[in-house]
Design a protein around this ligand. Structure first.
Ligand SMILES: Nc1ncnc2c1ncn2[C@@H]1O[C@H](COP(=O)(O)OP(=O)(O)OP(=O)(O)O)[C@@H](O)[C@H]1O
Ligand SMILES: [Mg+2]
Length: 161
């Protein structure tokens, strides 16, 4: 796909952090982030889809999530810049980003659309169980403690289509 690796990483990290925050209230063992690479709707596109099992985006927020400084989190936990940054990076690649909710309150889904650089595998999938952060050591920096958290990854392999 067409994009600059370090910027793609920034987009994915921002989306993963949002997923982690959204799943913070889920019971342990039910926090799952799936990252799926698949063909786009158009032949010249490829999609990267991130699905989480959190509470989803509040209906009244859906229209505004990409606005700079829009956040539903306490000021100490979110500036509201993550998705605005993701959007400008994706537009810079000639791609796009969307965020919506899965049916039946099953979580949220972010869809990244990239221009295809060459033919590749039909689909790749990775899944991560996200565990709560261990208690912060005394005197640890607050932001760091909040960002902490253990992510156990599991590659799901390539399934041909
Ligand atoms: N996966 C998600 N599930 C539910 N709501 C989400 C999800 N991703 C984003 N949102 C909503 O979109 C808002 C904006 O997200 P954005 O990443 O721009 O800012 P933030 O996470 O609040 O702060 P920052 O990214 O600057 O730390 C969030 O505050 C949240 O309400
Ligand atoms: Mg964010």
């Amino acid at each position: 796909m067409r994009g600059q690796a370090v910027l793609v990483e920034q987009v994915v990290v921002n989306l993963a952090l949002n997923a982690r925050d959204a799943m913070a209230a889920c019971p342990q063992g039910q926090r799952r982030l799936s990252i799926i690479g698949e063909p786009g709707l158009e032949a010249h596109e490829v999609r990267l889809v991130l699905r989480d099992t959190g509470g989803g985006v509040p209906a009244e927020a859906l229209e505004r999530v990409f606005d700079p400084f829009f956040s539903t989190k306490p000021a100490s936990q979110g500036m509201g810049l993550g998705l605005a940054l993701c959007r400008s990076i994706m537009l810079g690649f000639g791609g796009s980003i969307g965020l919506g909710n899965l049916a039946d309150g099953r979580g949220a889904e972010a869809v990244l659309v990239f221009q295809r650089a060459r033919q590749g595998p039909a689909e790749t999938r990775q899944e991560f169980d996200i565990e709560p952060a261990p208690p912060a050591p005394k005197g640890a920096q607050r932001g760091r403690a909040r960002r902490g958290g253990e992510v156990r990854g599991e590659a799901g392999g390539v399934s041909g289509r």
